[in-house]
Design a protein around this ligand. Structure first.
Ligand code: HEC
Length: 118
Protein backbone atom coordinates (compact mmCIF):
# COMPACT_ATOMS: atom_id res chain seq x y z
CA UNK A 1 0.00 0.00 0.00
CA UNK A 2 2.79 2.40 0.96
CA UNK A 3 4.62 1.52 -2.26
CA UNK A 4 1.66 2.28 -4.44
CA UNK A 5 1.13 5.68 -2.86
CA UNK A 6 4.77 6.49 -3.56
CA UNK A 7 4.28 5.49 -7.17
CA UNK A 8 1.30 7.74 -7.46
CA UNK A 9 3.29 10.60 -5.95
CA UNK A 10 6.18 9.84 -8.32
CA UNK A 11 3.90 10.14 -11.30
CA UNK A 12 2.42 13.30 -9.90
CA UNK A 13 5.83 14.96 -9.52
CA UNK A 14 7.04 13.77 -12.91
CA UNK A 15 3.92 15.34 -14.35
CA UNK A 16 4.67 18.59 -12.56
CA UNK A 17 8.21 18.69 -13.91
CA UNK A 18 6.99 18.16 -17.44
CA UNK A 19 4.43 20.88 -17.00
CA UNK A 20 7.09 23.25 -15.70
CA UNK A 21 9.42 22.42 -18.56
CA UNK A 22 6.68 23.09 -21.09
CA UNK A 23 5.81 26.37 -19.42
CA UNK A 24 9.44 27.49 -19.33
CA UNK A 25 9.89 26.58 -22.97
CA UNK A 26 6.86 28.53 -24.07
CA UNK A 27 7.89 31.56 -22.02
CA UNK A 28 11.42 31.57 -23.46
CA UNK A 29 10.19 31.17 -27.03
CA UNK A 30 7.92 34.16 -26.56
CA UNK A 31 10.80 36.29 -25.30
CA UNK A 32 13.02 35.10 -28.17
CA UNK A 33 10.53 36.20 -30.79
CA UNK A 34 11.44 39.72 -31.86
CA UNK A 35 9.24 42.32 -33.48
CA UNK A 36 8.05 41.71 -37.08
CA UNK A 37 8.22 38.01 -36.35
CA UNK A 38 6.11 36.99 -39.32
CA UNK A 39 8.04 39.15 -41.78
CA UNK A 40 10.28 37.98 -44.61
CA UNK A 41 13.66 39.64 -44.18
CA UNK A 42 14.94 38.58 -47.59
CA UNK A 43 11.97 40.12 -49.35
CA UNK A 44 12.38 43.22 -47.17
CA UNK A 45 15.97 43.57 -48.31
CA UNK A 46 14.91 43.38 -51.97
CA UNK A 47 12.04 45.84 -51.54
CA UNK A 48 14.28 48.27 -49.66
CA UNK A 49 16.98 48.03 -52.31
CA UNK A 50 14.53 48.66 -55.12
CA UNK A 51 12.46 51.43 -53.59
CA UNK A 52 14.19 53.11 -50.70
CA UNK A 53 17.96 53.03 -50.82
CA UNK A 54 18.72 55.36 -53.73
CA UNK A 55 16.98 58.36 -52.21
CA UNK A 56 18.68 57.90 -48.85
CA UNK A 57 21.99 57.46 -50.72
CA UNK A 58 21.50 60.84 -52.39
CA UNK A 59 21.19 62.49 -48.96
CA UNK A 60 24.76 61.63 -47.92
CA UNK A 61 27.98 63.04 -49.39
CA UNK A 62 29.56 59.60 -49.17
CA UNK A 63 26.55 58.08 -50.97
CA UNK A 64 25.92 55.63 -48.16
CA UNK A 65 22.24 56.10 -47.36
CA UNK A 66 22.25 53.27 -44.86
CA UNK A 67 24.10 55.68 -42.55
CA UNK A 68 20.67 57.14 -41.82
CA UNK A 69 19.97 54.04 -39.72
CA UNK A 70 23.19 54.37 -37.68
CA UNK A 71 22.79 54.63 -33.96
CA UNK A 72 24.18 58.17 -33.78
CA UNK A 73 22.08 59.52 -36.68
CA UNK A 74 18.79 57.72 -36.34
CA UNK A 75 15.68 59.36 -34.99
CA UNK A 76 13.62 56.20 -34.72
CA UNK A 77 13.69 54.78 -31.21
CA UNK A 78 11.21 51.90 -31.19
CA UNK A 79 9.94 49.12 -33.41
CA UNK A 80 6.52 50.77 -33.46
CA UNK A 81 8.02 54.03 -34.71
CA UNK A 82 10.08 52.08 -37.24
CA UNK A 83 6.96 50.46 -38.67
CA UNK A 84 5.24 53.85 -38.91
CA UNK A 85 8.23 55.45 -40.63
CA UNK A 86 8.52 52.64 -43.18
CA UNK A 87 4.81 52.98 -43.90
CA UNK A 88 5.09 56.78 -44.10
CA UNK A 89 8.09 56.72 -46.45
CA UNK A 90 6.43 54.10 -48.66
CA UNK A 91 3.13 55.97 -48.90
CA UNK A 92 4.90 59.29 -49.45
CA UNK A 93 6.79 57.83 -52.37
CA UNK A 94 3.69 56.48 -54.07
CA UNK A 95 4.19 52.84 -53.13
CA UNK A 96 0.89 51.14 -52.38
CA UNK A 97 2.40 48.61 -50.01
CA UNK A 98 0.36 46.04 -48.15
CA UNK A 99 0.93 45.59 -44.43
CA UNK A 100 3.00 42.49 -45.26
CA UNK A 101 5.50 44.49 -47.29
CA UNK A 102 5.80 47.13 -44.57
CA UNK A 103 6.49 44.32 -42.07
CA UNK A 104 9.06 42.67 -44.37
CA UNK A 105 11.03 45.92 -44.78
CA UNK A 106 10.70 46.75 -41.08
CA UNK A 107 12.06 43.33 -40.22
CA UNK A 108 14.98 43.74 -42.61
CA UNK A 109 15.83 47.18 -41.19
CA UNK A 110 15.40 46.02 -37.60
CA UNK A 111 17.55 42.91 -37.90
CA UNK A 112 20.22 44.68 -39.93
CA UNK A 113 20.41 48.04 -38.15
CA UNK A 114 18.04 48.93 -35.34
CA UNK A 115 18.00 45.67 -33.32
CA UNK A 116 14.89 46.51 -31.31
CA UNK A 117 14.00 43.51 -29.20
CA UNK A 118 10.31 44.11 -28.82
C1 HEC B 1 12.48 60.61 -51.94
C2 HEC B 1 13.39 60.32 -50.83
C3 HEC B 1 13.12 59.12 -49.93
C4 HEC B 1 12.68 57.87 -50.28
C5 HEC B 1 12.37 57.32 -51.66
C6 HEC B 1 12.61 57.12 -49.04
N1 HEC B 1 12.98 57.89 -47.99
FE1 HEC B 1 13.16 57.27 -46.05
N2 HEC B 1 13.77 59.11 -45.53
C7 HEC B 1 13.89 60.18 -46.37
C8 HEC B 1 14.28 61.35 -45.60
C9 HEC B 1 14.49 62.77 -46.13
C10 HEC B 1 14.38 60.91 -44.25
C11 HEC B 1 14.76 61.75 -43.02
C12 HEC B 1 13.50 62.30 -42.41
C13 HEC B 1 13.81 62.98 -41.12
O1 HEC B 1 14.93 62.90 -40.62
O2 HEC B 1 12.89 63.63 -40.60
C14 HEC B 1 14.06 59.51 -44.26
C15 HEC B 1 14.07 58.74 -43.12
C16 HEC B 1 13.76 57.40 -43.08
C17 HEC B 1 13.75 56.58 -41.89
C18 HEC B 1 14.11 57.03 -40.47
C19 HEC B 1 15.59 56.89 -40.18
C20 HEC B 1 15.87 57.27 -38.73
O3 HEC B 1 15.92 56.35 -37.88
O4 HEC B 1 16.04 58.46 -38.45
C21 HEC B 1 13.35 55.34 -42.26
C22 HEC B 1 13.18 54.13 -41.36
C23 HEC B 1 13.08 55.41 -43.68
N3 HEC B 1 13.35 56.65 -44.14
C24 HEC B 1 12.64 54.34 -44.40
C25 HEC B 1 12.38 54.40 -45.75
C26 HEC B 1 11.86 53.30 -46.49
C27 HEC B 1 11.52 51.94 -45.92
C28 HEC B 1 11.72 53.72 -47.77
C29 HEC B 1 11.21 52.93 -48.95
C30 HEC B 1 9.83 52.55 -48.87
C31 HEC B 1 12.17 55.08 -47.83
N4 HEC B 1 12.55 55.46 -46.58
C32 HEC B 1 12.19 55.83 -48.99
C33 HEC B 1 13.71 60.21 -47.73
C34 HEC B 1 13.30 59.12 -48.49
Amino acid sequence: MVVSINRVLDRFYTGLYILQAVLLLSISSVSLAGPFDGGNKKNGNILHGENCRSCHDSMFPNGKGDDIYDEDLRKIKSSKALYSMVEFCATNNGLAWFEEEVIDVSKYLNQTFYKFEN
